[in-house]
Design a binder for this molecule. Structure first.
Ligand code: ADP
Ligand code: PMV
Ligand code: MG
Length: 387
């Protein structure tokens, strides 16, 4: 018995960080995925372990399932039909189970991801031995939502083999969940994100679950339809950072300067609302595509300025901004900042030569550039065989 799930990463067009404090943000899925395969052993395998293989990272973790049960079963019995938060007590037990696996120091940030895995697995599947294999096209810790894609793909694979979802076993190819199933899956993925991020807004798991383009505020989403073909250059500064620490830093600044920061968050809210309305405005209205793009560029620059106010820019991000400005192109960071990825709008009429020149200029500074399809499907599963 085997199921494979894939969940997309995301870009945030406007509103990261401020969305944690109640402002509106706009995000889109991208066609780079995290894949999770779940397989239960057959009796002849004679395997009583829960195994997690992180293929890209060449890491494998394994626990005798009886040991996990021994440690966790005294702490309550989670109900997979209701996404439940991991208690502080349980988090400590999970952290100890992860610590035993001796993750190499250089990869220690993965520990929170492995804890999230243990929480989601035991909450949804209980104490069954299984092998879970993870691969990803997303750079980890770069602002493209790898943590959320991991939690969403994992929740999808786990729920696919539960009584909570109905799956058409005769279906060929990638398969979507029903709307109410997606709602439960998204809630579970959010619980995983909480273990990794500390205080996530929920935007990343939501866009990875439902796909497309969304406007998100205080936990609720509005699907939006873009009438503007958006092309973004994504530049990975390759400067590593950790979302949890950056989100905590913004919260600390908010405690120190509550009044000033509330104006910053309100300004971001207005920027996101305006951005969403431009993207959705009908083709052939008062503004031409280039005029709309100019407005979007200005909003991106304003949002970037406010992200600097929040203290989440970085010297490498500033280098990308200066480089793209030489070509009159606007950029902003995406995700938590502090390094990671930067978005640059590539206007529809931009010549291929300029796009090539800005790309090679960025690459000569050691950055990695790529484009990705924006606004595709959210999480999907594939049953049986390879895909
Ligand atoms: N494929 C994966 N396997 C295991 N853990 C992962 C994977 N992808 C992400 N994670 C977890 O998410 C963390 C990175 O999340 P985060 O700092 O939010 O950055 P981002 O979501 O922008 O990539 C990793 O340190 C790890 O704990
Ligand atoms: C900074 C934030 O707005 C987005 C974080 O995205 P990422 O983990 O850097 O991909 C946090 C959140 O909304 O939960
Ligand atoms: Mg993340």
């Amino acid at each position: 018995m085997e199921v494979k799930a894939r969940a997309p990463g995301k870009i945030i067009l406007s509103g990261e960080h401020a969305v944690v404090h109640g402002s509106t943000a706009v995000a889109a899925s991208i066609d780079l995925y995290t894949y999770v395969t779940l397989r239960f052993p057959t009796p002849s395998d004679d395997d009583d372990n829960l195994k997690l293989q992180l293929k890209d990272l060449a890491l494998e973790f394994s626990w005798p399932i009886g040991r996990i049960k021994e440690e966790l079963s005294g702490l309550g019995c989670p109900d997979s039909s209701i996404a439940t938060s991991c208690s502080i007590e349980t988090a400590k037990v999970l952290a100890a189970l992860v610590e035993e696996q001796n993750i190499p120091e250089a990869k220690i940030t993965l520990a929170s991801g492995v804890s999230a895995f243990l929480w989601l697995y035991t909450s949804i599947q209980g104490y069954k031995p299984a092998t879970i294999v993870v691969t990803s096209e997303l750079p980890i810790g770069s602002g493209l939502g790898s943590s959320a894609a991991f939690c969403v793909a994992l929740s999808a694979a786990l729920l696919a083999f539960s009584d909570l979802v109905k799956i058409d076993l005769s279906h060929q190819g990638w398969l979507m969940f029903a709307e109410d199933e997606l709602d439960l899956l998204n809630k579970w993925a959010f619980e995983g994100e909480k273990i990794i991020h500390g205080r996530p807004s929920g935007i990343d798991n939501t866009v990875s679950t439902y796909g497309n383009l969304i406007k998100f505020r205080s936990g609720s989403l509005t699907r939006i339809k873009s009438n503007l073909p958006l092309k973004m250059l994504i530049t990975n500064t390759k400067v590593g950072r950790n979302t949890k620490a950056l989100v905590a830093g913004v919260s600390e600044r908010t405690l120190r300067h509550a009044n000033a920061m509330s104006f910053v968050f309100n300004a971001v809210d207005s920027i996101s609302e305006e951005l969403a309305s431009i993207i959705q405005s009908p083709i052939g209205d008062d503004l031409s595509v280039p005029q709309k793009e100019e407005k979007i560029e200005e909003l991106m620059e304003m949002n970037q300025g406010l992200l600097q106010c929040m203290g989440v820019s970085h010297a490498s991000i500033e280098t990308v901004l200066r480089t793209t400005l030489k070509y009159k192109l606007a950029s902003k960071l995406t995700g938590a900042g502090g390094g990671g990825c930067v978005l640059t709008l590539l206007p529809n009429l931009l010549s291929g030569t300029i796009a090539d020149r800005v790309t090679s200029d960025l690459q000569s500074s050691g950055f990695q550039c790529f484009t990705a399809g924006i606004g595709g499907n959210g999480v999907e599963i594939y049953l049986g065989g390879s895909s």
